[in-house]
Design a binder for this molecule. Structure first.
Ligand SMILES: [Zn+2]
Length: 172
């Protein structure tokens, strides 16, 4: 499959319908410094309908991404599969609405990368942990037991260090 560049020369397009295929892969996430997503491969099929005032873009996301697990912090792979519809409008409004992309009249092209990242990110579940079904082997036990040790150690240290607690105990 041939993939398109993420910058769409919107201004130069004549009214009509255009198809795009974007590849969101490891390199894509590596380029974004703020990326919480560690890597993955998502194919985004998009149809842009350009019309006089309001243009529309339908997008279909299919693939998977890797994010740190909430429990053991090792990568957990999550499926990505959803469709979205985006209104593309030219104007000067300052509107941050989801699903609305405002292009400045002077913008002859737009970069869709930020939008793609945000959409994928928002589609992920808030709780991200390894499951033990299928190919997933669950959390990394070695790391979990290390985290537990740290936790216990911290608690013990607190007991030893904080003299107020000792003082309170002695009051009894
Ligand atoms: Zn885990």
């Amino acid at each position: 499959m041939e993939f398109d560049k993420f910058v769409i020369g919107f201004e130069a397009l004549e009214l009509g319908e255009y198809n795009y295929n974007f590849l969101v892969d490891d390199a894509f996430f590596n380029d974004l410094e703020y990326a919480e997503i560690q890597g993955g491969e998502v194919i985004v099929g998009a149809v842009l309908r350009k019309s006089e005032r309001l243009s529309q873009m339908e997008l279909n996301f299919e693939g998977k991404v890797a994010v740190p697990c909430d429990r053991c912090s090792e990568d957990v792979t999550l499926p990505v599969s959803f469709t979205e519809s985006l209104i593309v409008k030219v104007g000067t409004e300052d509107n941050e609405d989801e699903g609305l992309l405002i292009l400045d009249e002077n913008d002859i092209e737009f970069d869709i990368r930020h939008y793609l990242y945000e959409s994928i990110s928002l589609s992920l579940p808030t709780r991200r942990i390894h499951s033990e079904d299928g190919d997933d082997k669950g959390c990394d036990e070695a790391i979990l037991s290390m985290l537990n040790q740290d936790y216990e150690k911290e608690n013990n240290d607190e007991d030893n260090i904080d003299p107020r607690w000792s003082a309170l105990k002695n009051l009894k």
